[in-house]
Design a protein around this ligand. Structure first.
Ligand code: FES
Length: 272
C-alpha cells in the first residue's frame, strides 16, 4: 500500500499515532456482505413486527396466542381462555395491546451485546467490519448519552426472564384442544415448543446472565453450583449470535402461524 502524507488533524485510524495509509482499508474479501446481510435481516424483522404490533388484530386462535401480544394487558384484548389476559390497563389504552408488552423484549434485544454489534455495523457502519475504519470523524463509543443507556441491559434481562416465563405458560396451554382437555397437540404446539426452547436458550446465553450467575466471585471452588451454572451459561454464550437469530425467526414464525390461523387461511393440523 502506498504511504502518503497523513491528513492533518485526523482522529482514529487517521490520528497522529497511526501509520499513514491512504487506502480506506486493506481488506480484499467481500467484507461488506456480513453487515449488508445483517441490516437486511434486521430490517425485514422490524418491518414485519411493526406491522403486526400495530395491527392489534388476529393475534389469538385458540389455543394459541401470539408471543407479540402475551401477556395481554389492555381492556381491549380479545377474550382468551388459553392465554394470560390481565387487564391491568383500563379502557383508556386505545392503541394495540402489543405495544404495552413489546417494549421489554424489544429493549432486551436492542441493548443485547450481539445486536449492538449487528446494528452498529449494519446500519451505522461504526465500524462496518473488522479492520475497516468507520466513516465518522468522531468516536465516543458508549461513553455518552444516549448510548451510555445500553448499560441498562441487565435490567432488561430480568424483564425478559418474566416474559419468557409467560411464553412458557402459553406454550404449556397449547397442549389442550378446543374443549380445553389436556393431552392434545397441533402443529402450532410444536412451533411454540421450538420457539420457547430457543427463547430460553437465547435468554440464558446472555452475557449479563453469565455475569449474574458467575461474576464477582473470588473462588469458583467455594461456589460449585454457581460454577456449574456459569459453565453452562458460558457454553451457550458461545452460540449467542446464532441463538439471537434463531429465536428472532422462531418468534416471528409463531406470530405468523397464529395470524394465518386467526385469518382462517387454514386449520391447525392436529397431531394427537
Ligand atoms: Fe445478548 Fe444479553 S447479551 S441478550
Amino acid at each position: 500500500p502506498a504511504r502518503t502524507t497523513r491528513p492533518s488533524g485526523g482522529t482514529g485510524v487517521h490520528g497522529a499515532s497511526r501509520a499513514a495509509i491512504a487506502a480506506r482499508h486493506l481488506r480484499t474479501d467481500r467484507w461488506w456482505l456480513a453487515p449488508a446481510g445483517t441490516a437486511a435481516g434486521l430490517l425485514a424483522f422490524v418491518v414485519y413486527s411493526t406491522w403486526r404490533a400495530f395491527s392489534g388484530s388476529h393475534y389469538y386462535a385458540a389455543p394459541y396466542v401470539s408471543p407479540f401480544y402475551s401477556p395481554c394487558l389492555a381492556e381491549s384484548c380479545v377474550p382468551m381462555r388459553h392465554g394470560p389476559n390481565w387487564e391491568l390497563f383500563g379502557g383508556w389504552w386505545g392503541l394495540s395491546p402489543a405495544l404495552l408488552i413489546l417494549v421489554f423484549p424489544l429493549g432486551f434485544r436492542l441493548t443485547c451485546y450481539y445486536y449492538r454489534k449487528a446494528y452498529y455495523r449494519g446500519f451505522w457502519a461504526s465500524p462496518p467490519a473488522c479492520a475497516v475504519a468507520e466513516p465518522h470523524a468522531k468516536y465516543t463509543g458508549e461513553t455518552r448519552f444516549p448510548l451510555i443507556l445500553q448499560n441498562v441491559h441487565r435490567y432488561f434481562f430480568y424483564a425478559a426472564l418474566l416474559v419468557a416465563c409467560v411464553l412458557t405458560y402459553d406454550t404449556v396451554l397449547t397442549f389442550r384442544n378446543a374443549e380445553y382437555a389436556w393431552g392434545h397437540a397441533g402443529l402450532g404446539s410444536l412451533i411454540f415448543l421450538v420457539n420457547i426452547v430457543l427463547i430460553w436458550a437465547y435468554t440464558v446465553s446472555c452475557h449479563s446472565c453469565r455475569h449474574i450467575v458467575g461474576g464477582r466471585l473470588r473462588h469458583f471452588s467455594k461456589h460449585p453450583v454457581r460454577y456449574r451454572l456459569w459453565s453452562w451459561a458460558g457454553r451457550l454464550n458461545g452460540r449467542h449470535m446464532q441463538l439471537a437469530w434463531a429465536s428472532l425467526l422462531s418468534v416471528a414464525a409463531c406470530d405468523f402461524y397464529v395470524y394465518l390461523l386467526a385469518t382462517g387461511a387454514f386449520a391447525d393440523p392436529r397431531l394427537f
